[in-house]
Design a protein around this ligand. Sequence first.
Ligand SMILES: [Zn+2]
Ligand SMILES: [Zn+2]
Length: 216
Amino acid sequence: MLPEKHTTYYDIIDSFKGKGCPICSLVDRSVNAFFKSFLMEFVLNNNITKKLNKSKGFCERHGFSLIKHGDSLATAITYNVLMDDLLTELKKTGAVKSSFFNKEGDCPACEAFDESNERYTDAFVMYAVYPELLEKYQGSTGVCVPHLRKILTKCKDKELLKQLVEIHLSFYGKLNDELISIIRKNDYRYSKEPWGSEKDAWIRAVEKFVGRQYKD
Ligand SMILES: [Zn+2]
Ligand SMILES: [Zn+2]
């Protein structure tokens, strides 16, 4: 029996239209929503404040995401609490032995990321039994290597697994051909050949393995 189509099904189909890994884009959207709600209710959300006290703030990636949201007040209040704790600890012990330097638990945005990551990869594998989904997927740029690994590990249906492997052999095979084309055109004998879509394949190849789109 085919699984019932929920909003996630349509979100997944929709994500195929974008650039870069469709699952990464869905997960990014969830993390963005996490930050939006955090910034909106930061004073009230004791749960996240407690987590931040344990994790000693956001991790590097999510700390920088927080800055990008540009909410100076909410960020100042959040980090003022952390800074107060740090100052109290330093005064008490005056040493690096302070428990303040022991991180406990994950950055709350990482938790939101992990939760969404599992949910969307599970949903992708579940809904991949719909031929129309796989057909539309083949028109996308395909998932990144970290998501490919996750999807193939989660797929318990042998037939579907075979199909997924085929699709990704084609996705990644095409990209590899573009890399070979770059290498070839750097050879003086072929350097007169015009450049096509392979021009930025070297960037897309790194993005595929990293699982994120490069933004300079
Ligand atoms: Zn991805
Ligand atoms: Zn994080």
